[in-house]
Design a protein around this ligand. Structure first.
Ligand code: ACO
Length: 333
């Protein structure tokens, strides 16, 4: 079974409430109808009910029974405004500005998640990654023990000899442009958790990647990955994790055995940690476009799950991201 089929099956086991702030966007409305029909989650659409209904009619989507909330005319707006003001007043947010933000569906949705009126959020069919990430970072914040929010890509590769039967988790490919050694260590630990929670990988094997394997090259960039490996060992001593190593040493058993003999990870890694965002973002796109992998993005390290879409996404992509968010929510709810 593919990783996304596994995730969809797990999502159905316990229905989570997933809020969709772009509720009058046609692909989103179509996706919400499909999510409800399949029983993957309880979707909540935000937006003007007339516009939501028009988008549903245009797409032929049946949204009967799906909750639609208009942030501009909501009974909860005052409660969310007061809570947002309390959370951000030290950062200079006024009560008036908090009220304006809460009428924006993105902030309204984030406040629903923050205050427990929804279990997770999916957005980004219209908004940019930054528009979606900033309120999540400012308001939802990191989960206890986690220093940073980052991302993983679940890469379902046609070559089933790689990783966990063709499945690899790549991090970070979206969020942190230039992580410090400590931040990289936290990304590694979070990616291992994503591998367990979402992919059902019982024993993540985490490789911190570099252009050097075990000191074969000397450079300050290599030093950073070596430091990150040490810190990650301290953060999660039980985790099978090793570095620094090259991509081939991480993935190919014979090369791992020759370049990193005795490593518990080399040659068998299923979680790959890239040293910075340029490497991670380029790496996942090479695997997707040249390697033919199917890929699914997730944000990790947030106290409650919020996930971003690509603006070119299809309704099916939104359905999958809602299922991913629901499974992440099951793990924290
Ligand atoms: N983890 C936790 N908190 C964070 C993080 C993080 N990684 N980054 C920022 N924050 C917090 C800050 O501490 C701050 O909190 P505070 O206001 O309570 O003090 C708040 O978030 C805002 O911080 P800024 O430094 O102002 O962050 P900014 O808004 O400038 O940028 C962002 C954050 C959007 C995540 C930035 O790092 C970014 O643009 N990353 C790259 C996104 C991107 O373009 N990715 C590639 C394309 S996507 C794709 O290819 C699929």
């Amino acid at each position: 079974m593919s990783v996304i089929d596994q995730i969809r099956r797990k999502a159905k086991e316990r229905l989570m409430r997933v809020v969709l702030p772009e509720g009058d966007e046609p692909r989103t409305v179509e996706a919400a109808a499909e999510v409800a029909r399949e029983g993957l989650a309880r979707p909540i659409l935000l937006g003007d009910p007339q516009k939501v209904a028009a988008a549903a009619a245009a797409r032929g989507a049946d949204i009967t029974g799906i909750e639609v909330i208009d942030p501009e005319n909501s009974e909860q707006a005052a409660r969310y405004t007061a809570a947002l003001y309390e959370l951000r007043k030290a950062k200079g947010l006024t009560e008036e500005a908090a009220g304006r933000l809460v009428s924006d569906p993105m902030y309204y949705g984030i406040m629903m998640v923050k205050l427990g009126d929804a279990d997770g959020l999916v957005s980004g069919a219209v908004h940019t990654t930054g528009d979606m990430l900033r309120p999540a970072l400012q308001i939802i914040k990191t989960r206890p023990g986690m220093k940073v929010v980052s991302s993983s890509f679940l890469m379902d590769c046609p070559n089933k000899s790689l990783g966990e039967n063709g499945l690899l988790v790549y991090a970070d490919c979206v969020v942190m442009p230039c992580p410090t050694a400590e931040e990289l260590a936290h990304i590694a630990v979070a990616a291992a958790d994503t591998a367990r929670t979402l992919c059902g990988i019982e024993e993540p094997k985490v490789a911190l990647l570099s252009f050097s394997t075990k000191g074969s090259a000397k450079h300050e960039l290599v030093d950073k990955v070596q430091q990150a490996t040490q810190i990650a060992h301290q953060l999660a001593p039980e985790l099978l994790l090793d570095g620094e190593m090259q991509m081939d040493a991480a993935l190919i058993p014979e090369i791992g055995a020759s370049k990193a003999p005795g490593s518990p990870v080399a040659g068998h890694a299923n979680v790959l940690i890239f040293p910075d965002l340029q490497a991670g973002n380029i790496g996942y796109k090479i695997t997707q476009r040249i390697g033919g992998a199917e890929c699914f993005a997730v944000l990790q390290g947030l106290a409650k799950p919020c996930n971003d879409l690509s603006r070119g996404c299809s309704a099916e992509d939104i359905v999958n991201t809602v299922a991913i968010t629901a499974v992440q929510a099951q793990a924290v709810t």
